[in-house]
Write a protein that binds this ligand. Structure first.
Ligand code: NAI
Length: 387
């Protein structure tokens, strides 16, 4: 059986990576972008990434040629004709995405699956622009798409069950780990990971510790690959602030997701992080490195506060049926490289301890931000564990 042709729209960071993944899996791919320069840049990044794989001996020169020859680069949306699956990865703007979907739907056959890689818009709001919204689904890759194994699949309210099954089969065949998430703000990873940034900033704002110490605590005690501030500087404080703001708005201003002034001011000052040379840290060549205070008691306090908030988010996602236990834990280990799934972590720390930390914070601050998930309270009451 021959493989379906894949269309990718948007040749930016995500689109070029997704096109490379699909072509590596053996599909013919057409990568469309309305800006010729973006196509040149997209091709460049694919060539660079494949070259690296040749240098490292991961693929041969013949495989490199074969992968590249399977990708067609086009400025013309009409080249999407004949595709069996189209993944949209253009700018994050609802009306622009809706226009594209209604335009593309007219070009393709009835059985073509239309997918969006959106990270913050609802899938159903995009699907609603189509005559056949039942074939529209969210396929959310992580950056860089070529390296990150996780893909969140998001069936919208209108998505046909068979479309989800077909999509899962295709993405699984690309060697990715798929999880299924409800069409809610941030899906799994971007929802559950919010306190990693938000609570770290709060601790810093209160003057409990400086940024280097908070980063040190999370790496040393929690075995996180990057501390929250290093990670925010890596992602870009412009992107991270926008995601925080969108998630907060989309949760109808639930105080748990409230953005911080620290992050907003950094964004306003254009201190975006690594890419701008300055963020929470200074990346200029003559910068004096910030040294953490390696106080293990303070470190433990910081870690317990952030991990309790993360676990609470994961438990609440399970409580609200955003995803299954296994998918929640898989998502955080494969999507953001946590050393352990948060529900497993909850069991290991003890649910009573997590609840105590949250209740102490809630009584100290009197803020809804620290409210424990009803499921956590219920499980403690019943003496249950997740595994
Ligand atoms: P990007 O800005 O790097 O690329 C977007 C591309 O779309 C540009 O090349 C632009 O020329 C093109 N484009 C814009 N309007 C178009 C149109 N009407 N038709 C054809 N091409 C058009 O953006 P990036 O970062 O690749 O993000 C794309 C999507 O993926 C967004 O929805 C974003 O939320 C999502 N996403 C981004 C992640 C990231 O870490 N950058 C991670 C996961 C999802």
């Amino acid at each position: 059986m021959s493989l379906i042709k894949i269309g990718v729209v948007g040749a930016g960071t995500m689109g070029s990576g997704i096109a490379q993944v699909a072509a590596t899996a053996g599909h013919s791919v057409v990568l469309v972008d309305s800006f010729p320069n973006a196509l040149i840049k997209g091709k460049d990044s694919i060539v660079k990434s494949l070259n690296k794989q040749v240098e490292k001996g991961i693929i041969s020169k013949e495989t490199y040629d074969a992968i590249l020859s399977r990708i067609e680069f086009s400025e013309d949306t009409n080249s999407l004709q004949g595709c069996g699956l189209i993944i949209e990865a253009i700018i994050e703007a609802l009306s622009v995405k809706q226009n594209l979907f209604s335009q593309v739907e007219k070009l393709v056959s009835d059985d073509c699956i239309l997918a969006t890689n959106t990270s913050s818009l609802s899938v159903v709001s995009i699907a609603s622009a189509c005559v056949k919204p039942e074939r529209v689904i969210g396929i959310h890759f992580f950056n860089p798409a070529t390296l990150m194994p996780l893909v969140e699949l998001i069936p919208a309210l209108t998505t046909d069950e068979n479309i989800l099954i077909q999509t899962k089969n295709i993405i699984d065949s690309w060697g990715k780990k798929t999880v299924i998430a409800k069409d809610t703000p941030g899906f799994i990873v971007n929802r559950i990971a919010r306190p990693y940034y938000g609570e770290a900033i709060r601790i810093y704002e209160e003057g409990v510790a400086d940024i280097a110490t908070i980063d040190w605590a999370m790496k040393e005690i929690g075995k996180f690959k990057m501390g929250p501030f290093e990670l925010m500087d890596f992602i870009g404080n412009d992107i991270n602030f926008k995601v925080t703001e969108t998630v907060f708005e989309q949760f109808f201003y639930d105080p748990r997701y409230k953005p911080s002034f620290t992050q907003k001011r950094l964004y306003e000052a254009k201190r975006y992080g690594r890419k701008s040379g300055r963020g929470y840290y200074d990346y200029s060549p003559d910068a004096i490195p910030s040294m953490p205070t390696k106080d293990i008691i303070l470190g433990e306090q910081i870690f317990q506060r952030i991990i309790a908030m993360l676990i609470n988010e994961a438990i609440d996602a399970l409580f609200l049926k955003i995803a299954t236990r296994d998918d929640i834990d898989l998502a955080m280990t494969k999507g953001v490289n946590y050393s352990k799934g948060l529900l497993k972590w909850a069991d290991d720390l003890g649910l009573q301890q997590v609840l105590n930390t949250l209740e102490n914070l809630q009584s100290e601050y009197g803020e809804d931000r620290y409210r424990p998930s009803p499921l956590l309270k219920r499980m403690v009451r019943e003496g249950k564990t997740f595994y």
